[in-house]
Ligand binder design. Structure first.
Ligand code: HEC
Length: 139
């Protein structure tokens, strides 16, 4: 009897635990991705950041991404309008987890399933912010 009560209690506790952690459907909610960035200050275009972002783009991204043409990966013009600044920075800084969990990235990976998924580019937060600034200039 005691055993049954204990196992019933354990079972309900684990069900409650799982309910708390299963993501709830968030239809219509803004997708900010998953990662270390919670907010990004966006202001007037900062030209210093743009030029740093521009050189990072041509050294680390251009192999796969062009601005207007589809190379191995989607063209990046307009991506800073399509996605939120927080989403873009989280994706650049936490690529693998977003590939596993973010519905938009998962859909893109399916669309580009003939090429390897985007590798983590090992950017610092400052570099990712600079890339974002560059992407804002090619909206
Ligand atoms: C080896 C190829 C490759 C490199 C290098 C690469 N990417 Fe990607 N990127 C991809 C692929 C493939 C996807 C599609 C989704 C995925 O695989 O995660 C993607 C998706 C994206 C997206 C999402 C686009 C959307 O419409 O939401 C962004 C933003 C992005 N990449 C930015 C970058 C930036 C910035 C760099 C450089 C710092 C970079 N990528 C380097 C292959 C690459």
């Amino acid at each position: 009897m005691k055993k049954t009560i204990i196992s019933t209690l354990l079972l309900s506790a684990s069900v409650l635990f799982m309910m708390a952690f299963v993501p709830q459907g968030k239809k219509g909610a803004v997708d900010n991705g998953i990662g270390p960035i919670k907010s990004v200050k966006i202001g007037k275009i900062d030209q210093d950041m743009v030029s740093e972002g521009n050189s990072i783009f041509y050294s680390k991204c251009y192999l796969c991404h062009d601005i207007d043409e589809t190379k191995l990966a989607p063209p990046l013009r307009g991506v800073a309008k399509k996605q939120t600044p927080v989403f873009i920075m989280n994706y650049l800084l936490n690529t693998a987890e977003m590939q596993e969990k973010d519905p938009q990235i998962k859909a893109l990976m399916e669309q580009f399933s003939n090429v390897p998924k985007m590798p983590d580019q090992q950017l610092t937060k400052e570099q990712a912010r600079a890339v974002l600034e560059f992407l804002r200039t090619i909206e």
